[in-house]
Design a protein around this ligand. Structure first.
Ligand SMILES: *Cc1c(COP(=O)(O)O)cnc(C)c1O
Length: 341
C-alpha cells in the first residue's frame, strides 16, 4: 500500500482529494448497484430539486486506524438510521441500511491508503449525502435521488483539538424552529446558521450557543455540535425539538452512566450558565471539545480555567476515543471492522 504524501499528525479539518467516491442512483423506483468513480464533479440538471428547494441531507462519520493495523467505523448503523429519518422528514426516498453500509465499506476500502494510522490523532471522515435530482420548477418532492459518499482524511474540527474553545450565546439569530427541521441533518440548517457563526468568529469565538427560538430562555446547541454541561456529578444536555440528535452525545451519555454520573436531558435555562462546573461540545467532527468559557450578555463564565479541560470532560474524552480507535474493548458493539479488499 502506497501511502499518500500527507502529514497525518497535522491534518486540518478540510477536504482533501482521495482516490474515489461512490454513487448510488434511485431511478424508476429502485436503487442502482453503486459505482466507484474518481470524478470529483457531478453532472446535475439545472432544475434539480436539491438546487432550488433544498432536498439535501447528509451524514458524517469516522473511520479509525486501530493499534493492530486494522480499521473500524464508529456507530455506522446510527448514521444510516438518521439519514433515513432525515429523508422521511423532507419527503425523500430513504436509503436502505444495507446500501448505506455497503457504500461506506466500499468507498473506505477503495481509499484504504488515506486512513490515518493509529496514533496520528487523525481519522478518515466519511461524508454521505443525498440529493433530489429530478428537474422540477413547481415545488414538490423529487422522484429520483443520488446517494454519494466521499471520504477525506481529517485532523480535529476545532484547530486546537482537545483544547478548550470559547462560545457566545446568540440572542438574535435562530438556527432552527421547534416545528422545523433542526432535528435532521440538512444543509439548509447550516446555511441558516452561517451569519451567526461568522459573526461569532469575527469576535474571536469558535462558535455560538443558540437559544430556543420561542422563549429565548433555554440552551439549544452550538452551530454544528450538541452542548453539554457538568454540575457536580451530573451530566446535563438540552432536550429540545430543534436540536440535532447527536450520536456522539448518545455515546457519551452511555459512557457517563458507566462513570456513575447522573444524566439529565432536559430544558436547560440560560440562568444556569453561571452554575456549571464544566461544559463542552459534542459531535463526530468536534468529538468532545471542552468549552473554556461562555459569554452571555457581556459576561464571561469560565469553566476551563487556564485553558485546561475539567476532569470529567477529560475522562469522557479519554474513554470515548479509546473505544473509537480500538484501544479499549467495545462492550457496546459500536465499532465495525472494515475488512481489506
Ligand atoms: C452533525 C451534527 C451534530 C453532531 O452529531 P454527531 O452525530 O455527534 O456527529 C450536532 N449538531 C448538528 C446541528 C449537526 O448537524
Amino acid at each position: 500500500m502506497e501511502r499518500p504524501d500527507l502529514d497525518f499528525a497535522n491534518l486540518p479539518f478540510a477536504y482533501h482529494k482521495t482516490d474515489a467516491n461512490i454513487r448510488y442512483w434511485y431511478r424508476d423506483g429502485k436503487w442502482s448497484d453503486g459505482e466507484l468513480t474518481s470524478d470529483e464533479s457531478l453532472n446535475l440538471h439545472m432544475a434539480a430539486v436539491c438546487l432550488h428547494y433544498g432536498q439535501e441531507i447528509f451524514e458524517g462519520l469516522k473511520v479509525f486506524g486501530r493499534p493492530d493495523g486494522r480499521i473500524q467505523t464508529f456507530r455506522l448503523e446510527e448514521n444510516a438510521r438518521r439519514l433515513q429519518r432525515s429523508a422521511r422528514k423532507l419527503l425523500m426516498e430513504p436509503v436502505p441500511e444495507e446500501i448505506f453500509r455497503a457504500a461506506v465499506h466500499r468507498v473506505v476500502q477503495a481509499n484504504r491508503r488515506f486512513v490515518p494510522p493509529y496514533g496520528s490523532g487523525a481519522s478518515l471522515y466519511v461524508r454521505p449525502l443525498q440529493i433530489g435530482v429530478s428537474p422540477e420548477v413547481g415545488v414538490k418532492p423529487s422522484r429520483d435521488y443520488l446517494l454519494l459518499v466521499f471520504v477525506t482524511p481529517v485532523g480535529p474540527y476545532y484547530k486546537a483539538g482537545f483544547t478548550p474553545v470559547r462560545l457566545i450565546v446568540e440572542e438574535e439569530i435562530d438556527r432552527a424552529a421547534p416545528g422545523g427541521v433542526g432535528d435532521i441533518k440538512c444543509g439548509g440548517n447550516y446555511a441558516a446558521g452561517m451569519r451567526a457563526t461568522m459573526g461569532a468568529k469575527a469576535k474571536g469565538y469558535s462558535e455560538v450557543l443558540y437559544l430556543d427560538c420561542r422563549e429565548k430562555k433555554y440552551l439549544d446547541e452550538s452551530g454544528s455540535s450538541n452542548f453539554f454541561a457538568i454540575r457536580g456529578r451530573t451530566f446535563m444536555t438540552p432536550a429540545s425539538p430543534s436540536v440535532l440528535p447527536s450520536i456522539t452525545n448518545l455515546s457519551v451519555r452511555r459512557i457517563a452512566e458507566d462513570m456513575g454520573l447522573a444524566i439529565e436531558q432536559r430544558p436547560i435555562s440560560v440562568d444556569e450558565i453561571p452554575t456549571f462546573d464544566e461544559a463542552g461540545c459534542l459531535g463526530t467532527a468536534a468529538v468532545i471539545t471542552p468549552v473554556e468559557a461562555i459569554t452571555y450578555r457581556g459576561v464571561d463564565h469560565v469553566y476551563a480555567k487556564g485553558g485546561v479541560a475539567g476532569p470529567l470532560t477529560t475522562e469522557l474524552y479519554r474513554r470515548l476515543t479509546a473505544i473509537q480507535v480500538g484501544e479499549a474493548p467495545d462492550p457496546f458493539g459500536w465499532t465495525e471492522i472494515i475488512e481489506e479488499m
